[in-house]
Design a protein around this ligand. Structure first.
Ligand SMILES: NC(=O)C1=CN([C@@H]2O[C@H](COP(=O)(O)OP(=O)(O)OC[C@H]3O[C@@H](n4cnc5c(N)ncnc54)[C@H](OP(=O)(O)O)[C@@H]3O)[C@@H](O)[C@H]2O)C=CC1
Ligand SMILES: CCCCC/C=C\CC(=O)/C=C/C=C/C=C/[C@@H](O)CCCC(=O)O
Length: 333
């Protein structure tokens, strides 16, 4: 009988995630029924939404998450043995998956990867996967950047932020990245960011005024909190804000009750748009294809922080929330 290692969410998050929020168990898997396949995880994605999703998580459930997995047994014509899939199977090494897994706002169906070996499989969880699509649609469709405009990206050295900044350069914009260490800022310069601000060290308000003396046209917001208030206050009339993430508040059990940036939103007539990437599910391949082309053309650099070992999933999530990743955070089983 096949056994799966599974992380269960056992204690509700309070502040930063800890190892105690999770328990690793072994689960016996049933034999396959018609239309099912057995997926063996190869890489698991580590994402900030895993913490943000907490209010919807029930104690005792398998921790949520997506993975690249190999089909090792199959009674499904759609998912043959030896193929690779991206699926939202949770923090599990092995999963019996029905080919018609129920779909919800955050759980798309498993998708076969047309894998030719030209890039690591882990890229399908990053630059050629959900974060890559987030950068592509969340920036281009919402910020609608024009050549010569000034773009600010927060969370700039992460999976989504580093990608957005490079698309902004491709589109002929001036790009300012905000990140949490000198090492991250240094990397951002090597991949083409025009200005970088270390928010843990620099005075963000002054540094941004110096980098963008004519104001900011587009803000791709990955973090929320004080950084957002500071950027919004330096935006130009008719500026666009893509509200992608708010990681600065994901560990807060009690949401803040004040919003301090609405006056500049009104006076500067800003467009402020939140989104969940799965809304673009029907156009997904457009992003994958374009991101792949930009990589091949050498216009898009990509970095991963890979943690070895399935048992280190909690550690990898904690380290992501602490800002220890550069680029996409991945766990290799
Ligand atoms: N709307 C959507 O559909 C989607 C939204 N997202 C959101 O995009 C954002 C980036 O995701 P992703 O690229 O995967 O993750 P990242 O790779 O950017 O990793 C998270 C980073 O957030 C930074 N961070 C942590 N705490 C804070 C804080 N208090 N203030 C500022 N920065 C902080 C850290 O970098 P540093 O060292 O710079 O602090 C850390 O490395 C997240 O907010 C996520 O929720 C992602 C995918 C889809
Ligand atoms: C599930 C997110 C709930 C909390 C939202 C909070 C913050 C924004 C954010 O980070 C949203 C992320 C959305 C991710 C959606 C993922 C799914 O579509 C699964 C994608 C599968 C894949 O990895 O390809």
């Amino acid at each position: 009988m096949m056994k799966a290692k599974v992380f269960i969410y056992v204690h509700p998050f309070e502040g930063m995630p800890t190892e105690e929020n999770f328990r690793l168990i072994e689960e016996d898997l049933p034999p396959l029924k018609d239309g099912e396949f057995l997926a063996e995880a190869v890489y698991l994605s580590v994402d900030p939404y895993m913490r943000a999703y907490a209010p919807r998580l029930k104690v005792g459930e398998t921790m949520i998450g997506s993975q690249v997995a190999k089909v090792i047994e199959s009674k499904s014509i759609q998912f043959p043995i030896g193929s690779y899939v991206v699926g939202v199977f949770g923090w599990r090494t092995h999963t019996v998956v029905p080919e018609n897994l129920p779909v919800s706002q955050f759980t798309p169906p498993p998708v076969l990867i047309s894998y030719d070996g030209s890039v690591p499989l882990s890229y399908y969880l990053g630059v050629l996967g959900m974060p890559g699509a987030t950068a592509y649609f969340g920036f281009l469709d919402i910020c609608k950047p024009k050549p010569g405009e000034t773009v600010v990206v927060s969370g700039a050295a992460g999976a989504v932020g580093s990608h957005v900044g490079q698309i902004a350069k491709i589109k002929g914009c001036k790009v300012i990245g905000i990140a949490g260490s000198d090492q991250k800022c240094q990397w951002l310069k090597t991949i083409g960011f025009d200005f970088v601000i270390n928010y843990k060290k620099d005075n963000v308000e002054q540094a941004l005024r110096a980098a963008a003396p004519n104001g900011v046209d587009c803000y791709f917001d990955n973090v929320g909190g004080e950084i957002t208030t500071t950027v919004i206050n330096q935006m130009n009339r008719f500026g666009r804000v893509s509200c992608c993430g708010a990681i600065a508040s994901y560990n807060d059990n009690t949401p803040a009750k004040v919003t301090t940036f609405l006056l500049p939103v009104i006076l500067q007539e800003l467009e402020f748009k939140g989104f969940v990437i799965y809304t673009w599910r029907n156009k997904w391949n457009e992003a994958v294809k374009r991101n792949q082309e930009w990589m091949t053309e050498g216009k898009l650099q990509y970095q991963e922080t890979i943690t070895e070992g399935f048992e280190n999933m909690p550690k990898a999530l904690i380290q992501l929330m602490q800002g220890k990743n550069v680029g996409k955070a991945i766990v290799k089983v």
